[in-house]
Design a protein around this ligand. Sequence first.
Ligand code: DAH
Length: 325
Amino acid sequence: MPKDHTSLISDLEEKLKECSSSHDIANIKSQYLGKSGIITNKFGSLKDAALDERKELGRSLNILKTQIQNLIAAKLIEIQDVKNDNKVDITLPGKNISTGSKHPVSITINGITSILAKYGFTSVSGVEVEDEFHNFEALNIPETHPARDMHDTFYVSDDKLLRTHTSSVQIRSMLSNKAPLKIMTPGKVYRCDSDPTHSPMFHQIEGLYIDKNVNFCHLKGVLISFITEFFGKDMEIRFRPSYFPFTEPSAELDIKFKGKWLEVLGCGMVHPNVLSNVKIDTKKYSGFAFGLGIERLAMLKYDIVDLRMFYENDISFLSQFKGLK
Ligand code: DAH
């Protein structure tokens, strides 16, 4: 390569080292390769060279031009890379990935069923559109029984209704499975009722255990340890005598909450009439049952004051349950 070409190249390399933007590079490119650039001028002066040298000069000028183009292109890529690297500011906080949360009713159902599952209860579901036999009659609540008034039923036809409690699933299970039996039945129930503490749809879970020699002590033992596990601490608990047509004797379980006794669930020994209605031999088998409102338990556990919060889909309410299962 001619000497002046070598120094041209090292000159260019020096200049490119100083460049920090594509604008600087564009300037250099026009200095060398532009209309009146150094290389363009050199090509222009070829015509003044002696004929026998012209070919060789042209060849080495072409090599020089390619070298210059390559150097400039390489520098452009280098600058682009640096620019791209600078685009990622690693000091910025990461982007929040919003992951939603489980609904407190689902969390509570999961909490309850996972405790009862440890005690041997199997989860079963019934139907939400029930008939009077499963929802009332078989549970010892005949048509004239005053307890039917307590239930404010939604009828969908003359004899079909939206189940008013999950106790109807007891009947379905006892009819389709023989004793012994140990089931839990989480699900939706419906009543004509709507105010800050009542909703026309809410959730219940029923427990039923039928076997030989089941007695009230078993019922108390299961419920006391269930309540303790559910709230995660020893609670003040009392059983208060009560009345349900499908249990005898019947009780309600209260817990002491912020200094007050609050009713948490209903329970009792399955009434012999109920066992007879589903053809279970009352001389051989006995059993206990209990039923509780899921929202009620969730309100106590998470200190929720208004039942309507469960159904309003307010993100700021729901997001408080993030991470719970
Ligand atoms: N079915 C009752 C209700 O909806 C709750 C209940 C009470 C269920 C006592 C039971 C029970 O199994 O033994 O209010």
